[in-house]
Design a binder for this molecule. Structure first.
Ligand SMILES: [Fe+2]
Ligand SMILES: [Fe+2]
Length: 313
């Protein structure tokens, strides 16, 4: 039995299986090393501290691992914190990772079929259809489990598909509202973050690949589009340029990693669809992980503010 993070109570012993979201060695004021952890399960996350035995315990687990933890729940700054007494990797078959790791609410199969529906409804251009078919075939397995990001937003199993679907749904609405090129907008929405599938090594470890570090998901995405479209006989160059423009401008401005500012209505729509979905997800994540009674969360570096939580019921 695993004590779920959401249900942990201060001043009590706890034990359970969690995933190591982040792991850092830090120094106490007395210059003694300790391990600073963020542990998570499907219900939330908690800060954990390993004060003792650091030298011995540190090499036994890594970021991204699932661990069995026994500890004592304390409160620090109005938040639960776990003083870790025992921590070890589970034995083979001791625990099913899918019951621990946070994942998208909707099942991958359901999201996948919604995405296929959106294509069917909106994409008529034969070249774009063929490109989508090939890439979705190629990446189906990965896309059904991949997280949206290592840390910033949708960083759980199935997060990338959830984000892709949401961005596509918002883009569909915007294409109707503003009479955009639907083929292009929907295809761009589905493929805008495809490079993320080669940016990290595995959906759980989230360790970056060489390409991920050196190129980043936008350039990787451009390469994927170019390579695959070259395999489709007669794929029009101008169509590839327009689609590529959506991918390289989707972060909206240079400061956030865009290589061009959005220069078409379709690119502008995709950028805002991407922006609102990633921001909403960050808001949701912060609110979900807020514990204690304060009416505001801690300051969050990702959005440069704290959030109002209102009265807690
Ligand atoms: Fe992106
Ligand atoms: Fe995105």
């Amino acid at each position: 039995m695993s004590d779920r993070i959401k249900d942990l109570e201060p001043n009590k012993q706890s034990k359970g299986y969690y995933s190591v979201k982040s792991k850092k060695i830090k120094l106490t004021r007395a210059n003694k090393e300790y391990i600073d952890l963020i542990l998570e399960d499907q219900t939330g996350e908690i800060n954990g501290k390993v004060w003792d035995n650091v030298e011995h315990l540190n090499p036994t687990f890594d970021e991204g691992d699932i661990v069995y933890v026994e500890g004592f729940v304390e409160t620090y700054n109005d938040k639960n914190q776990l003083r870790v007494q025992k921590i070890r990797k589970p034995y083979e078959d001791e625990v099913d990772p899918s019951t621990i790791l946070p994942s998208a609410e909707e099942s991958p199969e359901k999201m996948w079929s919604k995405l296929q529906e959106l294509i069917k409804k909106n994409v008529k251009n034969p070249f774009l259809l063929e490109l989508l078919k090939r890439l979705l075939n190629k990446y189906e397995k990965k896309l059904k489990v991949w997280p949206g990001a290592r840390k910033v937003h949708h960083s759980y199993l199935g997060g990338l598909l959830e984000h892709t679907l949401a961005v596509t749904e918002i883009s569909e609405f915007l294409s109707k509202k503003y009479d955009l090129d639907k083929d292009l907008t929907i295809t761009g929405a589905i493929l805008h973050d495809i490079g993320k599938l080669e940016e990290i090594k595995s959906p759980t470890k989230k360790e970056e690949t060489e390409k991920g570090v050196l190129l980043g998901h936008i350039i990787i995405g451009v390469q994927i589009l170019k390579e695959e479209s070259e395999r489709i006989i007669g794929f029009p160059e101008d169509l590839l340029n327009r689609l590529t423009h959506l991918v390289i401008s989707h972060h909206g401005n240079y400061e956030f990693g865009a290589y061009q500012l959005p220069m078409t209505k379709e690119a502008l729509a995709l950028h805002f669809a991407d922006f609102i979905d990633s921001q909403m997800n960050i808001f949701e994540n912060i609110l979900k992980n807020h514990t204690g009674d304060s009416i505001a969360t801690d300051y969050d570096y990702r959005i440069g503010r704290k959030l109002f939580t209102g009265e807690k019921e």
